[in-house]
Structure formats: C-alpha cells, structure tokens
Design a protein around this ligand. Structure first.
Ligand code: NAD
Length: 334
C-alpha cells in the first residue's frame, strides 16, 4: 500500500516535502490545502493533483468524505498547528505536523488527546530521526562505544532576514529562534544523551529589540541536566550563521557532527573515524519511514509521535520560564 498524502500550507517547507516525495516508493502526494486558489491550480499542474483533492481553510473538514487521502501533512506557521491538527483528526485522517508541534505543552497535549480520541496517528516532522549519520551515532551510543555519556553540546542558528516574516511575529511563531531552530538542540540533546532531562537553566541575549520584539527571542543559551549526571549546553540564535553543530562526549569516546541538522549532507566523525552512512534527502527518507509507521505500524528508532513533540514543548516552556525567572526549573517528562 502507498500512503496518500495531502499537504496543508503550500509555502517553503511544504514545497520541499512535495518535491522530496516525488522519489518516494511508499508515499505519494495526492492532495493540497491552501488559502490561495492560484497556488492550488499551480500544485494541480506541477504535482498532478486532482481538483477533487484540493481544499481551502474553510472547506478542509470535508476531507472526511474523501476516501483517497490517508494523511494530512501540516506545514503552516507554528500558531496554526494546534487547531488544524484537531480539525484534521476530527475529519478522521492521520496527521503529520511540522515542528514545533504547537506553541506550548498544553496545546501539544490537547492535540495528542484529540488524535487519540479520533483514533488517528499523530506524527511530528522530526526528519533527523531518520537521517543515517544521526542514526549511526545513536547506534554507537546504544552499543556503548562512547561509554557513559557525560556531555552534549548543540549549537543551532542562522541569521534571519526579512523582519516582516511570520517567524518574527510572536502571534504566529509563538517565540523566536528557540521555537524554530533551537528545538533541534533540545531534541538532539535527548536522542544523543539517550535520557530525559530533569532540570533546565537558561539565559537570553537580545542585541536588536527592534527586529526581535517582546516575546521573540534572538539568542538563548540553555543547559539541561540528566538523571545520570550528564549535562547539555546549547545555543539557539537568529543572529549567527554557520551554527549547526552537535558534540557528544562520553567516558570512552565522542561524536561531532557539523552540519548536524541542516538539509545538506550531515557530516561528522567519532573517536573511531569518519561517519560514513549514506547521504539521503531527509524528507524523502522521512516520508518513506512515516508511511511504514502509519500503514504498517512500524516503530522508528527514535519516536516521532505526538508525545515526543510534547516532551520538547515541555522543555521549551521550561526554558522560557528559566529565562524569565533566572532560576533553575525542574522537569518531569516521564
Ligand atoms: P512559509 O512561510 O514558507 O510557509 C508557510 C505557509 O503557510 C505559506 O504558504 C502561507 O501562505 C501559509 N499560511 C497559511 N495560513 C497562514 C497565515 N494565517 N499566516 C501566514 N501564513 C499562512 O514557512 P515554512 O518555512 O514553510 O514553515 C512552515 C512550518 O514548517 C513551520 O512550522 C516551520 O517550523 C516548519 N519547518 C520545518 C522544517 C524542517 O526541517 N522540519 C523546515 C522549515 C520549516
């Protein structure tokens, strides 16, 4: 069977996913949801999507009556994910939602509950969970090649352009760099260390309060503590380029990756040598694997379900709280 996918939000990332799906064997783009009629016409031509599989934001609840669509992949701005996921679930379709899954853990949990109630699967677009170099480092960690893990460092950032974009609008983005790019260091700390953090400390730096308004973070540094005693240190920023680096250190060895989460080839090495897993188009691999999860009940190496998304949001909530209070914030993710 082939997973029949409709994409909601035909912007930059939606287009990237659509293009990547052209070479999928197990997933196929068959539908589109957009508020712009011209975009729907263009997508029908470009991707061979039938008109009856196209919807707008007023009509998409009718997808309930469409037997030719299995899942809706939501690639709209962050603040819209919560209501859209709940509406898709109510229409009885599985959902793939982009990261960050929602603006906070409370919203995320409501989405998980709605999907559970509707009996549909909810997956979050964590493409690194299927990336071969990443999986190789996780495999080495699990087999004990690094020994006891002591430290993780994650540096995630880029210089953001256009000040009018939704990513710099608190209502649509729910925050700033942390929601968008810092989440990779949060998620990465968890899958690299292999534990759930029990406390957070965090500090914010803002050099441009005009571009980065109240509630939109420019740069945040945060630290996580794990039950084993391992610690993580991370930087999330919209103010620096060439910042895409993971480092994990254990008693017996280490791994360093740069780039660690960008779209291009992920590169890196461990104390044993260079990482040599094949390079893949992340979104193609992700959709192949997600087809297996949704249609065949396959279990990924690193979870990509709604609960996984909520854990990252609990950490994000705690980081913002730590920034605000200047205090260490305890976490309970289990
Ligand atoms: P984008 O601005 O390029 O696209 C967003 C789309 O949503 C646009 O087509 C826009 O028209 C549409 N939209 C619908 N309702 C809207 C509204 N009320 N206001 C503004 N736009 C509206 O953004 P993007 O880069 O494609 O990001 C979309 C989502 O995908 C975000 O949640 C982002 O975090 C995520 N994303 C994930 C990755 C990844 O690697 N996993 C990469 C990029 C973006």
């Amino acid at each position: 069977p082939v997973l029949r996918v409709a994409i909601m939000g035909l912007g930059g990332y939606g287009t990237r996913v659509a293009d990547a799906m052209k070479t999928c064997q197990k997933a196929k783009l068959v539908g589109a949801i957009s508020g712009t009629p011209e975009k729907l016409t263009r997508w029908q031509e470009k991707y061979g999507i039938p008109a009856e599989n196209c919807y707008n934001y007023q009509t998409f609840d009718q997808i309930k009556n469409n037997k030719n669509i299995d899942v809706v992949y939501i690639t709209t701005p962050n603040a819209l994910h919560h209501d859209q996921v709940i509406r898709v679930a109510a229409a009885g379709k599985h959902v793939i939602c982009e990261k960050p899954m929602a603006l906070n853990a409370k919203e995320g949990q409501e989405m998980v509950d709605a999907c559970k109630k509707a009996g549909v699967k909810l997956l979050v677009g964590y493409r690194m969970h299927f990336e071969p170099q990443t999986l190789e480092v996780i495999r080495l960690r699990k087999e004990g090649a690094f020994g006891k893990i002591l430290f993780f460092q994650g540096q995630c950032g880029f210089t953001i352009g256009d000040p009018t974009q939704w990513r710099l609008n608190r209502e649509l983005a729910g925050g700033g760099s942390l929601m968008d790019i810092g989440i990779y260091a949060i998620n990465g700390a968890r899958y690299m260390v292999g534990e759930e953090p029990i406390w957070v400390t965090a500090q914010e730096t803002k050099t441009d309060p005009v571009k980065f308004k109240e509630g939109v973070d420019e740069t945040i540094q945060f630290q996580l503590g794990f039950p084993s005693g391992a610690v993580a240190s991370a930087l999330s920023t919209y103010k620096m380029n060439n910042l895409d680096r993971f480092f994990v250190n254990g008693e017996k060895g280490f791994a360093e990756m740069q780039p660690s989460t960008g779209y291009g080839p992920i590169k890196g090495r461990t104390h044993l040598g260079e990482l040599k897993a094949p390079h893949v188009t992340h979104q193609t691999r992700q959709m192949e694997e997600m087809a297996g999860i949704i249609l065949e009940g396959k279990e990924p190496v690193v979870a990509v379900n709604g609960e996984e998304g909520v854990k990252d949001l609990k950490i994000i909530d705690a980081i913002y709280k730590a920034v605000k209070t200047g205090k260490k914030v305890p976490l309970n993710l289990i």
